[in-house]
Design a protein. Structure first.
Length: 141
């Protein structure tokens, strides 16, 4: 399950841009075989007086926290490829903002601590996971 939490100051994303970015994120994970419903994107607006970098308030800022649970990057090169992909996806939405401070990071969380609707997700790449992807829903297996 990828969970993208996008913390941002006001005016960074319109509703249409949020939809477009969330759809693009889900599209990517679906292309690599994850069920689309695994992908959760949350936009959390923070007032500039509540957004600090280096102890100073930032008038325009974005901080993206990504949790990967369903899959892990096996080596340094795949982690770098993932970071480049994330940058390429975010940059078009962010580069138009003058003076914007932005950053992201990815955590890879243990899948042993993950459930969807009270169910342990099926193993990655399994027939059960492909069934979940086809149904776009968690069902007992």
């Amino acid at each position: 399950m990828p969970l993208w939490t996008v913390h941002h100051t006001p005016g960074i994303f319109s509703d249409a841009e949020k939809y477009q970015l969330a759809s693009t994120i889900a599209d990517h994970y679906e292309k690599v075989g994850l069920p689309r419903f695994y992908v959760v994107t949350l936009f959390q607006e923070a007032r500039p007086e509540d957004f600090y970098i280096g102890g100073e308030p930032v008038p325009v800022g974005v901080r993206v926290v990504i949790d990967h649970i369903a899959r892990r990057n096996p080596d340094q090169e795949s982690r770098r490829r993932t970071a480049r992909w994330i940058r390429q996806m975010l940059q078009p939405h962010l580069e138009r903002h003058t003076g914007l401070q932005w950053e992201f990071h990815v955590d890879e969380t243990s899948e042993d601590l993950w459930m969807i609707n009270g169910l342990v997700p099926p193993p990655g790449g399994s027939d059960a996971e492909r069934h979940w992807a086809a149904q776009n829903a968690a069902t007992p297996y």
